[in-house]
Design a binder for this molecule. Sequence first.
Ligand code: ADP
Length: 225
Amino acid sequence: MVSKRMNKVNNIWGNQAVFITIEGIDGSGKTTQVQKLYERFLAAGKPCIMTREPGGTPVGDAIRALLLSPEMDMNSYTEMFLYAASRAEHVKQIILPALEKGINVICDRFVDASIAYQGYGLQPEGMTPELVRMVNETAVAGVFPDLTIIIDVEVSVAEQRIGQRFAQLQQNIDRIERRGSAFYERVRQGLKALYELEPERYLWVDGTRSSEELTERIWQAVTQL
Ligand code: ADP
C-alpha cells in the first residue's frame, strides 16, 4: 500500500503528521501500546490522537452495535462490508481531518485487521484476503498508514491474558472473541503473511516482551520514519 495522501515519506519531525496503526490478535497488547505510544507523542510535544473503529462517529457506533450484537447472526460478507463501511466513516470524519491539521493519529486496528480476521480467519467460501483488501482499500480512499505495528503473540498467551481481563471485568466476551483458538491461529498466520508480503510497511514485534521494551522499540521505529 502506498499513501496517496502525500508524495514523500511522512515523519513526525516535519510539519507532516504520521498515521500509525497497531495490529495483533485480541489480547496481544495493542490497546496497551496505543496508549503508551500516545503518551510518547505528547511527551515529545507532538499533537496526537488515539482512535479505534468506530471512532465515535454516529454511523460507526450504529454499525458497531450491529456487529457486536450476539443475536445478529449475519453472514461473513455482511460483516466484512459493515466493517469496511464503519472504517470509511472513521477515516472521513476522524482520521483524515486530524492528519490534515497536522495531528498524528494512532489507530487500534485498521485494514490489515479486516484482511486477517475476515480474509484469513473466517475464510467463508469465495472470500479471499485479496477481496477483503480490495473492499477495504476502496473504503479508506487512499488514507493508508505510514507504519503498521504487528504485535505477535501465541494464541495461548493471548487467551490467557483475555481470560484474565474478562474475569477481572466480569464481562461477557463479544461475538468476535468467542470464535476459538483455531480461528485466532489463522488470524495470526494471516498477519504474518501480510508482513511477509510487504515487510517494509510494518514493524513486527514479539508481544511477549515487556510493555516498556515494546514501547521503546515502537517509538524508535516511529521516530525513524
Ligand atoms: P489487546 O488490545 O490487543 O486486546 P490489551 O492491551 O488490552 O490487548 O492487553 C491484554 C492484556 O494483556 C491486558 O491485561 C494487559 O495488561 C496485558 N498485557 C499487555 N501488554 C502486555 C505485555 N507486553 N506483557 C504482558 N502482559 C501484557
